[in-house]
Design a protein around this ligand. Structure first.
Ligand code: AMP
Ligand code: ZN
Length: 482
């Protein structure tokens, strides 16, 4: 049954900086590539922000019926990894394995479901083939050192994505500057330096430059044109500008990527959380204090493009918000179990249904409007108020069924109440509810006999277990708080 028409999905495309209607190349299929981490240090909350944002986008598109395939690479060869290995006096592969494990643990804890995690060093042959094709098409040149560069003058749209046209803005790597024909030219292949990991190539031993990996791995798994390319806003220039240049040059198709999406920074006192500023909060530290669901809710409490500032109070607040929502979902489930099934609607029932459907519709409107999770969350909190006030006072079956459907849609994106909505402990939960009902009934009988002392003791003991009783005249309602 259609309770309201789902709005069309619109997205802010970094390319062109405008809101556009979301229309995949092929109906029903969304291919999404997100730039993954360079694994040389512990994953921090800044990474979590970007990855949770794209996970929520993926989940919403899936909720709307799209088949979404999400590829997120792992950069396992890079100057930072090599330097780190040197500092510690260990093999670079040890660094890669340590921090890849840490990153994977974060994805798992935050319920981020990536379909494929390609690694650069597993794709060296594909990278060489890609570079060779660029050389053959006249888009790249081999320098005397054996490094290969992309020639930006052969790609007239260079700078269109980022708006960066000024060569001064592009800081050069001193040692390669003299080899380049144009200051924007960038390395596709870096000639081997002593003591570095290197691979054979037609141009001598060396290793891939940074940008080429994403063009190679995205096209390998998603095709030479796909729907969404994402990452943090720091990647727009030069990384994504360069990826776009080399991919459109190689495949001769436009657009290579239909929608470019970029997340705003997670900040600490207004500054980007980053290793170089020394202000990172590693994810593994954060989860010691806040549950992964709390971190998810907090990260999604702001729209993905706006900056979000880290502070402990904000996370504590998110914990309180989540607890309210979760206990309301439990309450709605219990009320539904206790209410006689009937879809007949009197005037009050119709009004309640309208209120619930309004909040549900607002959730979808917000998510359809460039995946505005902040407003979507507000809509769900409004729904929670309706359940807590109107529906708790006088339950209505239809309104409760719809409220639960709306909570399910919310959870399909936010993934913060899987255990309540789908927990395997459903039967146990049902039994717990019945046992609490029984205790509440015993307490009512005690109060009728004026044994207030024992009645109060029961109330206090249940409160210790997180079960709160509220006496409303002769009736007692209860709810769980967590
Ligand atoms: P990196 O490992 O630094 O290459 O980062 C991997 C991904 O996380 C990229 O998409 C970055 O843009 C993103 N990222 C890193 N730090 C932050 C931050 N403070 N806020 C938002 N995204 C970030
Ligand atoms: Zn990339």
């Amino acid at each position: 049954m259609q309770w309201f028409e789902l709005p069309e999905i619109r997205v802010m495309n970094t390319l062109g900086r405008r809101i556009e209607k979301f229309e995949p190349f092929k109906p029903g299929l969304v291919r999404m590539y997100v730039c993954g981490p360079t694994v040389y240090d512990y994953t921090h909350l800044g990474h979590a922000r970007t990855y949770v944002a794209f996970d929520a986008i993926k989940r919403y598109l899936a909720l709307r019926g799209y088949n979404v395939i999400h590829v997120q690479n792992i950069t396992d060869i890079d100057d930072k990894i090599i330097n780190r290995a040197r500092e510690e006096g260990v093999d670079w592969r040890e660094i890669v394995e340590r921090y890849t494990r840490d990153y994977m643990e974060m994805l798992e804890a935050l319920k981020i479901r990536v379909d494929l995690h390609p690694r650069v060093t597993h794709h060296i042959r594909d990278i060489i083939e890609f570079i060779q094709a660029l050389i053959e098409k006249g888009h790249a040149y081999v320098a005397p050192s054996g490094s290969v560069y992309f020639d930006v003058t052969t790609y007239p749209d260079y700078g269109e994505l980022s708006g960066v046209k000024n060569p001064e803005a592009w800081r050069q790597e001193e040692d390669v500057l003299h080899e380049k024909r144009h200051p924007f030219d960038f390395a596709l292949w870096k000639a081997c330096k002593p003591g570095e990991p290197c691979w054979d190539s037609p141009w001598g031993r060396g290793r891939p430059g940074w940008h080429i990996e994403c063009s190679v791995m995205s096209s390998k798994y998603l095709g030479d044109q796909f729907e969404i390319h994402g990452g943090g806003q720091d990647l727009i220039f030069p990384h994504h500008e360069n990826e776009r240049a080399q991919s459109e040059a190689r495949f001769g198709k436009k657009p290579w990527v239909k929608y470019w999406l970029h997340t705003g920074y997670l900040t600490v006192r207004g500054e980007k959380m980053s290793k170089s500023l020394g202000n990172i909060v590693p994810f593994r530290e954060a989860v010691k204090r806040w549950k992964p669901e709390v971190i998810r809710l907090w990260l999604l409490s702001a729209h993905y493009r706006t900056p979000l500032d880290f502070n402990e109070e904000a996370l504590d607040q998110a914990a309180a918000r989540l607890s309210r929502i979760r206990s309301t979902i439990e309450l709605a489930r219990r009320l539904l179990r206790e209410t006689e099934p009937s879809y007949s609607l009197d005037e009050r029932g119709s009004k309640l249904v309208e209120m619930v459907v309004d909040a549900w519709r607002d959730f979808h409107s917000a998510m359809s409007n460039d995946f505005n999770t902040a407003e979507a969350l507000s809509a769900i909190e409004r729904l929670a108020s309706i359940v807590n006030r109107e529906l708790q006072e006088k339950p209505n079956y239809t309104a409760l069924v719809l409220a639960l459907r709306a909570f399910q849609d919310f959870n399909a994106v936010f993934a913060v109440a899987d255990d309540i909505l789908f927990g395997s402990g459903g039967e146990v939960e049902g039994l717990i509810d019945k046992l609490v009902d029984l205790i509440v009934d015993v307490r009512r009988r005690l109060r009728e006999r004026r044994d207030y002392e024992l009645a109060d003791w029961i109330r206090a003991e249940l409160a210790k277990l997180g079960i709160v009783l509220m006496d409303q005249g002769l009736k007692t309602v209860w709810r769980r708080v967590r």
